[in-house]
Design a binder for this molecule. Structure first.
Ligand code: F6P
Length: 367
């Protein structure tokens, strides 16, 4: 264990931004226990993401606040999707006239923070990067069930959501084979297909549709009918919420939005179910798993990852290595410059080995 002679950070603020996910509390505990127990730092908990820092909604965290939270779902700090740089001056914001970035900087100084620790996804870490460009000291942690943050091999929250998605696919099998149906399950993942791909492979999905590989409904139909001809009376289709057809992939963002509105279905899973029925004549049902995927206790591997990233973030604070996000690279915990995740989405590469794995066990990827 490295001995740090001069502890650079005396006081820091900690916040959780974006959607909640399993492992957030484990990470908060990791940061706070190491910062408090090893480095004797003073910790301010900021409520509801960046919104709490704008409003000055902060409180001192004592050990009793971060004891016993390792297994708890959600976040003890509260979260929001506040994006101070995006909503700055927007007339669509109720509080558009406020200089949110200015207020964050003012409160950072007012509360004598030496650093801000931000736990979040792409949006939260991008804001962290922009604040560091404004002169604030920031350390980021990568959390999201989507696993779509550039600069880290894995985000905490992903494996817990993967387990929930996989269990849901397992459960859908019973109805699928009992009723000779096609069951479409829509999983989260935002614009990336990690969750659908991994859960699809883990649950033995017959078709897996991810945004990175726009689908052709004719190819899906052919695959499903071939299964029927070979004596398989049911099929499971796993669709990422960001999945899109080849036709949509060729459209501009606005055009695609208009096109989707015309289809008058709540989400892509329902639309794909309808398209499959039209294409094959097979009875098809849709299930949208939704927020169930983000709820509940973190799985063991998320607890380990969140704790390791949390304590590594405390080490960065102690050393005064600011403007960085802690990350996993292979089997090592490391850190990357905050500019690495900023403004990016880590998509599934089209040569990812899992795609090949899926095809090798007879799964159709929509082409
Ligand atoms: O980023 C996590 C996530 O759950 C995505 O998978 C999903 O697209 C989004 O958040 C939902 O956001 P909200 O909580 O704002 O509805």
């Amino acid at each position: 264990m490295e001995t740090i002679r001069h502890i650079a950070t005396k006081t820091f603020g900690i916040l959780t931004g974006g959607g909640d996910c399993p492992g957030l509390n484990a990470a908060i505990r990791g940061v706070c226990r190491a910062a408090y127990d090893r480095y004797n730092m003073t910790i301010l908990g900021i409520a509801n993401g960046y919104r709490g820092l704008i409003d000055g909604d902060v409180r001192f965290l004592q050990p009793r606040d971060f004891w016993g939270i390792l297994t708890r779902g959600g976040t003890i700090l509260g979260a929001s999707r506040e994006k101070p740089f995006k909503s700055q001056g927007s007339i669509y914001e109720d509080n558009f006239s406020r200089d949110k970035v200015g207020m964050i900087k003012e409160n950072y100084r007012k509360f004598n923070l030496d650093c801000l620790v931000v736990l979040g996804g792409n949006g939260t870490n991008t804001t962290g990067y922009l604040l560091s460009q404004e002169g604030l000291h920031v350390v980021g942690l990568p959390k999201t069930i989507d696993n779509d943050i550039a600069g880290t091999d894995l985000t905490f929250g992903f494996h817990s959501a993967l387990a929930i998605g996989t269990e849901a696919i397992d459960r859908l099998h019973s109805t699928a084979h009992s009723h000779n149906r096609v069951m479409v399950i829509e999983l989260m993942g935002h614009k990336a297909g990690w969750l659908a791909l991994y859960a699809g492979v883990a649950g033995g999905g017959d078709v897996i549709l991810i945004p990175e590989i726009p689908y052709d409904i004719n190819a899906i139909g052919r695959h499903l009918l071939k299964r029927v001809q070979s004596g398989k009376n049911f099929s499971i289709v796993v669709a990422a919420e960001g999945a899109m057809s080849m036709e949509e992939a060729g459209m501009e963002k606005k055009e695609r939005k208009r096109y989707r509105e015309q289809t008058a279905v709540p989400s892509i899973g329902y639309r794909i179910a309808r398209e499959i029925e039209e294409e094959t004549g097979m009875t098809t049902r849709a299930t949208v798993l939704g927020y169930v995927q983000r709820g509940g206790i973190p799985c063991a591997s998320d607890r380990v990852l969140a704790t390791s990233l949390g304590t590594a973030a405390a080490d960065l604070l102690a050393k005064g290595e600011y403007g960085r996000m802690v990350a996993l690279a292979g089997n090592e915990i490391c850190s990357v410059d905050l500019s690495v995740p900023a403004g990016k989405v880590k998509s599934v590469p089209t040569d990812h080995y899992m795609l090949d794995t899926a095809v090798s066990v007879g799964t159709c990827l929509g082409r």
